[in-house]
Write a new protein. Structure first.
Length: 617
């Protein structure tokens, strides 16, 4: 059935529609108050944007999900876009990598930490933030003001004496029961107030507690609270008063570039500007400014914890009532979205717009500088190595082992001069016994290109979708970490698999010489050459990746041998302990109660593990 025929049976109800390509990948998600009318509009005559035309050419299937209301459709659309990141939707750039500050309210003694994953685990998340440096500075400041625990365990293991953080007044020592739960929780609540931007309320609380401590002749405690009070006051003094209404607002303004838009968000809490963030949206070239703003508001508030009562935007939004209804549901009370045209609020929006324009220009200049920093070295390499053109994809291989044990290999990929970590691969050496780097390199390259040949054949027959092919993309240049021996072994494997046409060089350490197959004379690049520095970064990354994997395997082996010595711990319990704790140090720090909760464990086995490691310390 063609896409046009499928539209005949679509109901006239609110919902979400999904276009898919021939591999079954979702390439566009949209919402509609009437699915039938909206989807049919794609196949009616009339002018369509280049993006819509490209999407329809690629689409081979159409699905839809009916909802009870347009608000439900909006929520579902947000979730689907975030999960599938369709190619033809407007996307918040790299939103999955933005850091958040997390307060672990789901723990008995909560911690404050940085995370890049938002989970429904009972914790409070603040963000997302685009400036990692600012997040680190905020975390550093809060740790100075509020001595929350920093240990990694969710459940505190009891200790006989507190750690160094307690002695330098950076922790209250809950592991040694030096602080009770309620006072610790009060401090956590104050951290939340600070992060919510409600510093005035926090100052009031601290002042009252300081005066109460002084009245009770607890002068040391009063001095600590005074120091906290002064530290928070310094932060408040740096914040700019932008509204005499003392309200909570988000101010969002837009600046456009080619196929991207920058949106600046000012966070106003209690009438004070407490911070700002810049975000970029991709795939905006064919959209009106109001549609771009609507797409950003949807995606931004779908992943943030706090929605203020008022949102000021620089563009008129077509579905403003729908968005306001949805945001009201998120907040739990009324949310107003306004586009001010005069007065103080308009000036605030204009200030945000100026910042957005400056950020867009700064991003453009940084991209141009980045292109120059990668294109130059690649051109140098092409000239020095006699390549037909700058190598777009480079792969580097390295071997790591300890006297032949736990031997592994790494494959690191640079695309356009930059690391492409999702394409890194690692190999556990299977056929080589002992410390034989040459044979290990031969096995690694043989497996890599055998997989490439197999995937090519499956792609030709249509038995494998392109998205699942991991080795079919071939490099323009291969670098082997080592000299002539490693290079010869790699070339043997490539010749056997039919890939000897790919340019391959060995990069030897010490003198940093490049060896070409069949040539006795090495290539010596200038020490200050940008091309050589790029190859060194590639080689060092391959070495790091291989060494990390080797250490992981070695740690697993050591953990296995130690746990074998504990009575009552067999292969099943050993495996479950490793799944739960990953390394030996984590098991050492765990309490009996925590160990007993591991699948397959019980209290006697947990006590045996606990006593064994306490006895070896």
């Amino acid at each position: 059935m063609s896409l046009g025929d499928k539209t005949k049976n679509i109901p006239s109800r609110p919902g979400v529609y999904l276009y898919k390509d021939h591999d079954g990948q979702i390439i566009y998600v949209g919402k509609a108050i009437s699915l039938k009318n909206r989807v049919r509009s794609y196949f009616q005559s009339g002018t369509k944007s280049a993006k819509v035309q490209a999407m329809l050419r690629r689409a081979t299937d159409l699905e839809y999900i009916v909802t009870d209301s347009e608000v439900e459709a909006l929520i579902l659309e947000n979730n689907l876009i975030k999960e599938h990141r369709p190619k033809y939707n407007v996307l918040l750039k790299d939103d999955k990598t933005y850091p958040y500050l997390k307060v672990t309210l789901n723990e008995a003694y909560p911690r404050l930490l940085i995370t890049r994953r938002v989970l429904k685990d009972g914790a409070r998340y603040f963000g997302p933030f685009t400036n990692v440096g600012a997040v680190n500075e905020t975390l550093k400041l809060l740790k100075k003001i509020f001595p929350l625990r920093t240990c990694k365990q969710r459940e505190i293991a009891e200790r006989n004496r507190p750690c160094l953080n307690y002695h330098i007044k950076r922790c209250l020592g809950p592991c040694c029961k030096l602080v009770e739960g309620p006072p610790y929780r009060d401090m956590v609540n104050e951290v939340v107030l600070f992060l919510e931007g409600r510093q005035e309320e926090l100052l009031k609380r601290l002042r009252e507690r300081m005066e109460e401590a002084a009245e009770n002749l607890e002068f040391e405690r009063a001095a600590e609270l005074r120091d906290q009070l002064l530290a928070v006051q310094k932060v408040v003094e740096r914040q700019k008063i932008v509204s005499t209404e003392l309200v909570d607002q988000d101010v969002i303004a837009l600046a456009r570039g080619f196929d991207e838009a920058c949106l600046t968000v000012f966070f106003v809490r209690g009438g004070k500007l407490i911070g700002r963030e810049h975000y970029f949206l991709e795939g905006t070239d064919t959209l009106e400014r109001g549609a771009i703003m609507a797409a950003f508001v949807q995606q931004f508030y779908a992943q943030t914890e706090y929605v203020p009562a008022e949102i000021l935007v620089s563009e008129e939004i077509e579905d403003i009532l729908l968005l306001a209804t949805w945001l009201t549901g998120l907040r739990g009370s009324k949310v107003n979205i306004r586009t001010p045209r005069r007065g103080d609020k308009h000036k605030l929006v204009e200030m945000a717009a100026q910042n957005a324009l400056l950020s867009l220009e700064q991003a453009r200049l940084e991209r141009e500088a980045g292109r120059d920093s990668t294109e130059g070295p690649l051109k140098e390499l092409a000239a020095a190595l006699g390549l037909p053109g700058p190598p777009g994809r480079m792969e580097c291989y390295d071997i790591s082992n300890t006297q032949g044990t736990e031997s592994v290999a790494s494959m690191v990929v640079f695309v356009d001069g930059k690391p492409c970590k999702e394409q890194y691969r690692r190999f556990k050496i299977q056929t080589v016994k002992g410390p034989d780097d040459f044979a290990s390199m031969r096995e690694t390259l043989g497996r890599r290109f055998r997989r490439a040949r197999e995937e090519e054949n499956l792609l030709k027959t249509g038995e494998m979708p392109q998205v699942k092919a991991k080795f079919s993309q071939l490099p323009d240049l291969i670098i082997i970490d080592g000299g002539k021996g490693q290079l010869s072994a790699a070339r043997e494997a490539m010749l056997e698999q039919g890939f000897e046409h790919i340019p391959t060089f060995g990069l030897a350490k010490e003198e940093e010489l490049l060896f070409r197959p069949g040539s006795p004379e090495p290539i010596r690049l200038d020490r200050d050459s940008r091309g050589l520095k790029l190859l060194q970064r590639l080689r060092d990354e391959a070495h790091r990746f291989a060494l990390t994997y080797h250490r992981k395997l070695r740690s697993q082996r050591n953990l296995k041998s130690l746990l074998d010595e504990i009575e009552g711990i067999g292969s099943v319990r050993r495996r479950e302990l490793y799944k739960a704790y990953k390394n030996l140090e984590a098991i050492k720090q765990a309490s009996v109660e925590e160990l007993a909760k591991v699948p397959g464990m019980n209290t006697p086995a947990a006590e045996a593990v606990y006593k064994y490691f306490r006895g070896t310390n």
